[in-house]
Design a protein around this ligand. Structure first.
Ligand SMILES: [Zn+2]
Length: 76
């Protein structure tokens, strides 16, 4: 009797600023300073609310630093 079934309309889907996957995928550009300002801000905002991603970025930064250090063997 009750035939009030809502058809699958996608309503009220909030625009996701950045998913974890999105953010992680941008780490390379972020570390290279290659991100556009909007993307950079979106990533930063995500990192503030997402501990796993922040930790992951810290790991990437450490690795990046080590790699640069290894390649930059110019002696000192
Ligand atoms: Zn995340």
């Amino acid at each position: 009797m009750s035939s009030s079934r809502s058809t699958g309309t996608t309503l009220g889907q909030p625009p996701k600023p950045a998913s974890c996957r999105d953010v992680v995928a941008r780490f390379g550009d972020l570390l290279d300073g290659d991100l556009e300002r909007d993307a950079y801000l979106a990533v930063q905002r995500h990192l503030r609310q997402c501990a796993p991603c922040a930790a992951h970025l810290a790991g990437c930064q450490a690795t990046d630093h080590l790699l640069r250090w290894a390649f930059d063997a110019d002696g000192t």
